[in-house]
Design a protein around this ligand. Sequence first.
Ligand SMILES: [Zn+2]
Length: 422
Amino acid sequence: MAFHGAGRQTVCGNLFPGSELGHKYFCVNSSSGAPSTGLSATPCLTGPTMEPDRPIGYGAFGVVWSVTDPRDGRKVALKKMPNVFQNLVSCKRVFRELRMLCFFKHDNVLSALDILQPPQIDCFEEIYVITELMQSDLHKVIVSPQPLTTDHIKVFLYQILRGLKYLHSAGILHRDIKPGNLLVNSNCLLKICDFGLARVEEPDPSRHMTQEVVTQYYRAPEVLMGSRHYGSAIDVWSVGCIFAELLGRRILFQAQSPIQQLDLITDLLGTPPLSAMASACEGARAHILRGPHKPPSLSVLYMLSDGATHEAVHLLCRMLVFDPAKRISGSDALSHPYLDEGRLRYHTCMCQCCYSVPSGRVYTRDFEPPAERPFSHSYENSLLSVWQGKELIHRFITEHQQGKRVPLCINPQSAAFKTFIR
Ligand SMILES: [Zn+2]
């Protein structure tokens, strides 16, 4: 693929006035001078130790802290996955998320840098994963008074779709794409996170899938209409809502209930044809048909902001399509001309896949690479009890660490970690 306008001068580096964002909106804290007794390289009694700085977020499941890796002084994020072994469902969920975090190899998807060494299996209750530390998330950026230019929006949307293409190519549905799950740093690098609700795509349409997914404002119409089977298009819908939110700096469909959510969607898109409600449950279809016939009012999207150009609204309208079969895919959305500048900016000064030589920039052959292989979840079928799950996860972590760096563990004497563990 060629860049449209390659060679054009772009503004690189820090897109935010970093210091302000760093102080006011970022959650990273330094802990210099604090008594340090938290994490240590094993054995726990010796070696450099540290203090957890502070909690930086709460995902669907688990708590995240900012910590310093004692092996290299690097600031990283430590996520606790609690209540792993409460029952078989939680055990499977956490094991799936853990395996996904270790599977991911993509700059726009958060992955595990390390897993803390587990104790003996009898004392093994919680799992701690280390990931890259990001300074903020898109929700915090959107609600801040920080300027958000068209350049920001383009480079953010490009990275969201780039990460999403990778996930979908691995057969993974995220199912909870929302601004708070899109981490960003001061250079505008973006990573999709929180795979607590993610699952593997279900190819068999007769298999029912849970409705309890996706924060309501970003929930696709097919899920709101009670469809028992859905696919990667639900994530694209969420990205469309976020795109509109970036443009207008307010939530696009902010309803109080799932029914009102559906009503707001049809207010914008118009009453859907029957063919677009093929998989809907009877009650939802009756609700739509009972109401007045609504014409589409997509032209209001031009009023989101000055950044809502014809190109932007065109792409937005391809993502916010009621019928999931007609909605654009994440991969196809990347080919939309609106994203050309975001791609150029990203690969000119932000990516890890291209590099500069004295004569210019050497670009990678594939700007938006798919996963090398699908994510396998065949192990889940053989997971039949909590104890068996505990053994499998313990073995997985131990094997994952083999041959890598000095393993880290938690120092149980640390006061800070006592509050973290609680
Ligand atoms: Zn690149």
